[in-house]
Design a protein around this ligand. Structure first.
Ligand code: NAP
Length: 328
């Protein structure tokens, strides 16, 4: 067995960022449908997986492949099941002795009370959340002791869809409405990668662990972003959930007691992470926001979709409402 990390979903938003950061410390073998981030492999094809398994003996697996498009999962539960459950089980079967870190989500919770700990009761209300929970439970059932659910909330860096959206609007002096009564735990990608590295090198892995940023309202997060970039924070206007047609929940925030005690995890305060990120955002050759908001259209190229964080857009449309009419 090598000291290599097998990373599925390596062509996706999370996978690309993890590959970049983790490969500074370990050898990363990326698996993606196209092979642009390492090897090409369709994870629903068990024969193709066996073929890869014959040539690669990783020490760890991070499963970052999946489908996080809440609307699409709602419409086609089978899609959610295949992408979020079956892919993980196929990978577990192909490497029967290798520990897997499964990237899970805050959506396994009801989203009503927040500050959820690992032992808090789960109650997903979306098909997406149910499929992620189904994978968690099945993984723990068929691979006890070598399956860890790593639950994380909205990951962000300079390329995250909601960060680019905010940047595009505020830069043009356009107001954005954000919810003062919708809380979550946006998580800096750097913090997430550091926590995963600590997990890989630890001797034991828990069955479930939360890795998440500080609890914050979507409104406050947007204002902190505006401050960090030097934009007028008063362009961020308060909105309330009850006045909007949204599937957002009042409080999906995650507490991180296990990561704190096992790995000394402490999230970077958002204002600091956002200041660091702002330097990248302000210097990036930003796309016009109108094209950002059209992604991912049915004809969008794969690389365009990935750079926007894929189907996250559907979710983010609900998180942030622009002061102007959004293109459909
Ligand atoms: N982004 C976040 O803030 C966040 C937060 C919590 C949890 N997560 C979890 O993290 C995972 C990755 O999220 P993401 O933001 O990176 O999503 P993403 O950008 O959509 O990437 C998902 C990747 O998985 C690949 N994939 C899906 N089904 C596959 C299959 N059958 N065979 C091979 N590859 C397959 C996709 O390939 P194609 O593009 O070819 O379909 C895509 O490259 C998701 O499972 C999500 O639940 C993400």
């Amino acid at each position: 067995m090598s000291d290599a990390l097998l990373l599925t979903g390596a062509e996706g938003y999370v996978g690309q960022r993890l590959a970049e950061r983790l490969s500074r410390e370990v050898t990363v073998i990326g698996l993606g449908r196209r092979g642009t981030a390492g090897l090409a492999c369709e994870l629903m094809d068990e024969g193709a997986l066996d073929e890869v398994a014959r040539t690669i003996a990783p020490r760890w697996i991070i499963h970052a492949a999946g489908n996080k498009n809440i609307g699409a999962c709602e419409k086609t539960p089978r899609l959610a099941y295949d992408a979020n459950v079956r892919t993980a089980m196929n990978v577990l079967r192909a490497w029967p002795d290798v520990p897997m870190f499964y990237i899970s989500t805050d959506y396994v919770f009801a989203g009503t009370s927040g500050s959820y700990e690992e032992r808090s009761p789960v109650a997903p209300s979306t098909v997406y959340g149910k499929s992620k929970l189904c994978a968690e439970v099945t993984g723990q059932l068929i691979a006890p002791g070598r399956f860890t659910s790593v639950r994380v909330s909205a990951l962000y860096d300079a390329e995250a869809t909601f960060v680019r959206f905010l940047h595009g609007e505020l830069r043009e002096g356009r107001p954005v409405e954000c919810f003062v009564d919708a809380f979550y735990s946006p998580t800096s990608i750097d913090d997430f990668a550091d926590a995963l590295l600590a997990m890989l090198t630890a001797t034991d892995a828990p069955d479930i662990v939360h890795v998440a940023g500080e609890r914050i309202s979507r409104y406050q997060f947007a204002r902190q972003f505006a401050d960090a970039c030097g934009y007028d924070a008063d362009l961020v206007r308060p909105a309330r959930l009850h006045s909007a047609a949204t599937t957002l929940m009042p409080d999906l925030s995650l507490a991180t007691p296990r990561a704190e005690s096992l790995y000394g995890f402490q999230p970077t305060p958002h204002h600091r992470a956002l200041r660091r990120l702002a330097q990248g955002v302000l210097h990036a050759d930003a796309q016009p926001v109108s094209s950002v908001l059209r992604f991912p259209g049915p004809h969008a190229r794969g690389d365009q979709r990935r750079s926007m964080g894929g189907d996250q857009l559907h979710r983010d449309r609900g998180l942030l409402r622009a002061g102007r009419t959004l293109p459909s």
